[in-house]
Design a protein around this ligand. Structure first.
Ligand code: FEO
Ligand code: CA
Ligand code: CA
Ligand code: CA
Length: 663
């Protein structure tokens, strides 16, 4: 949207997770070896190498490092069904979309959404104003048609997560990077808490073809880091969830670090609390009775955000149980602005990236979720009962009963979903699990004991609605060693990540997401083909079509995958963006670059309207580059006005001829 300017680009490690799995060195191969002997393990590895998925991508042909291109678009090439002319890779202060498409700026951080909200004034930020304005760092998006139950594609409610805050880019005088967070005052912290959470905004495509927010809509809502919510499920009311402010253990203020999410078939949204550990700190992290548990969840003495200086509940020394009330999946009804959000503890507590649904043949509902940290796991939850399509209210507490599973990915291509059920296997009082509440609160430790497979940072995990195959974005893991590189995480020093494909068996002619055994294969291994070791795509993937660090994904009605990226290494010369590929047929795994983000930004929340003529994208943390400050940001996208810092925003992409995206 602006004149492109080449900039140095690097991941500032704002959301850097060092990993807290105590046994990441135990890939599944070690377990096979321990159980069946080394000969069996070698046999399994050889079998996996020989046959991944039957129609897996062909290895890319060796070629020179990707050349620079001088034109904005490259011609179509290869057998992809995606008709857009591919963008070129570049780093720029502005964003870009494939020729024939238009970027519409929909809403920015600070834009007023409630009736009594003031206009955005970066020099006069208050918590009261921020709680009525659009929040920071937009992530998961979902479109809920209006009226409810319709297939309206030009009028609806947009759900938007606000994951975290770039303190250094919000306020003047704080310097660069995460160190700025130690320099905030009480009012700035209050603004940051109000900038977290989520927004619901009514949106409409008007006669001129442009999308606009309906300001003052009765549906518009801000959910913040202080909004009252309820806890339900097996951990609700447990002593480990009780605090001075809430002796019942069932009421909590706010939701934090809402990354990706999902929706239910009954039209509620599921927002995922990811890096909740960043907000809590204190001496008790290292000396208190919960220190082992804190360590497993990355809660340390010095919190990334220093909110405990001003707000007691973020200090472990004052409220040692408060972190146990975060790290959950939160269900919200976007159609009812008065509804109380509910943290559904049955789905487990970890750094939830997402929570995406897949219907089982018998009417039960499965939800897939990644735990986004190095060497953490992939989970799924299956409801105990079928959902009721005829009675929305009957589904109100469906997520409180069901089975949480964690994935074990054997080298021979088998997936086993291991149940996290109190009393089964090692999940007993002997190991500190006295009830299902203990199991869900310490889901990571329970999964360790079950022998789950440590993965390369699982982000979005989502089922293809056409084929039923499930795709897991494994964003990267530079700490995987050569000894740990095997099977479903095949590459050491995996700086570019990969996409795993999980294939459920069929039951009654439909994919059975309730099954406890599935198969896995590699859909693609990211990085530049022929340049980065192990990169694997369709052989016709162009020098602009390769990607790095897959994060969120969605599918169109043709079953094609749209992959958003986050964190391409600075040495790659590639901005984060949105890529699309066929998942079946001759164009399988032939990724093509559709949208390129401004410098420092990742692309989140890809979301189509029901007619697929609009694609909403959340552009998160523009300007999050090393050395970037409020005064001298690396970009001022999208306003490009002196004195105004970059503003995380939601954009709508439409085809100029009004057609279907990607057609
Ligand atoms: Fe918030 Fe895993 O990205
Ligand atoms: Ca993410
Ligand atoms: Ca998704
Ligand atoms: Ca990410």
């Amino acid at each position: 949207m602006s004149e492109p300017t080449t900039l140095p680009h690097a991941e500032e490690a704002e959301i850097e997770d060092i990993g807290s799995n105590p046994d990441p060195a135990r890939p599944i191969g070690a377990i096979i070896a321990a159980r069946y002997g080394r000969r069996a393990m070698l046999g399994a590895a050889a079998a996996a190498a020989a046959a991944l998925v039957p129609d897996g991508p062909a290895p890319a042909q060796p070629q020179a490092p990707p050349p620079a291109h001088s034109s904005g678009n490259t011609p179509n090439g290869g057998p992809s069904t995606l008709a857009f002319p591919e963008l070129r890779h570049q780093l720029a202060q502005g964003d870009a979309v494939a020729e024939g498409y238009e970027i519409q700026l929909l809403i920015r951080w600070g834009d007023p959404i409630l009736a009594d909200a003031p206009e955005f004034d970066v020099a006069r930020q208050t918590a009261e104003a921020q709680a009525r304005q659009f929040g920071y760092n937009c992530d998961y998006l979902d479109f809920f048609p209006l009226p409810r139950g319709s297939r309206s594609a030009d009028h609806g409610l947009l759900w938007v997560n606000h994951e975290y805050t770039n303190t250094n880019l919000m306020f003047p005088g704080l310097g660069a990077g995460r160190a700025a967070r130690a320099r905030t005052n009480a009012e700035q912290v209050a603004v940051e808490i109000a900038a977290h959470g989520a927004s619901v905004v009514e949106v409409r495509r008007e006669a001129d073809g442009r999308w606009r927010v309906v300001r003052d809509s009765r549906f518009n809502r801000r959910i913040t880091g202080a909004t009252p919510m309820r806890l339900s499920g097996p951990a609700a009311g447990h002593p480990r969830l009780r605090t001075h402010a809430d002796p019942s253990g069932t009421r909590v203020l706010g939701t934090l670090n809402n990354c990706a999410g999902g929706r239910t078939p009954w039209g509620t949204v599921l927002t995922a609390e990811e890096n909740f550990n960043f907000y809590f700190g204190g001496e008790a992290a290292e000396s208190g009775p919960q220190r082992a548990h804190y360590r497993r969840y990355g809660i340390v003495r010095e919190a990334v955000y220093g909110w405990g200086r001003f707000v007691d509940r973020f200090s472990l020394d004052k409220e040692p149980n408060e972190p146990n009330r975060f790290g959950w999946i939160v269900e919200v009804d976007p159609y009812d602005p008065e509804s109380v959000p509910v943290k559904r503890t049955a789905l487990g507590r970890f750094k939830h990236e997402c929570c995406t649904m897949a219907l089982c043949p018998d009417g039960r509902v499965a939800f897939y979720s990644g735990d986004d940290e190095r060497f953490e796991y992939i989970y799924k939850f299956v409801t105990a009962r079928p959902w009721n399509p005829d009675d929305r209210a009957a589904n109100r507490d469906l997520l409180d009963e069901g089975t949480l599973y964690v994935g074990r990915f054997d080298d021979d291509g088998k997936v086993t979903w291991l149940p996290l059920v109190h009393g089964e296997g090692p999940l007993t009082a002997e190991n500190g699990f006295h009830s299902q509440a203990d199991v869900v609160i310490e889901a990571r430790r329970a999964a360790d004991l079950l022998g789950a497979t440590p993965m390369d940072r699982p982000e979005d995990v989502e089922a293809n609605p056409v084929t039923g195959r499930v795709y897991a974005m494994l964003t990267n893991n530079a700490r995987r060693t050569a000894q740990q590189a095997r099977g479903a995480n095949p590459r050491a020093n995996n700086i570019h990540g990969h996409v795993l494909e999980i294939i459920p068996p069929m039951a009654q002619g439909r994919p059975d997401h309730a099954a406890t055994e599935m198969r896995w294969g590699l859909f693609l291994v990211a990085g530049a083909p022929g340049f980065d070791a192990g990169a694997r795509y369709h052989r016709a993937t162009s020098p602009n079509g390769w990607l790095s660090c897959p994060d969120n994904c969605t599918f169109d009605s043709k079953g094609r995958i749209w992959i958003a990226t986050d964190g391409a290494p600075e040495t790659s010369g590639v901005a984060d963006g949105l890529y699309a590929a066929d998942t079946t047929g001759h164009g399988r795994a032939l990724t093509r670059l559709f949208y390129q983000a401004p410098t420092g930004a990742e692309v989140c929340g890809p979301c189509f309207t029901p007619d697929e003529r609009t694609l909403f994208l959340a552009i998160q943390h523009p300007g999050e580059d090393p050395g970037s400050t409020f005064e001298r940001p690396s970009t001022r996208w999208p306003d490009f006005r002196e004195g105004v810092p970059p503003r995380p925003s939601v954009i709508a992409i439409v085809k100029k001829d009004g057609g279907v995206i990607g057609s």
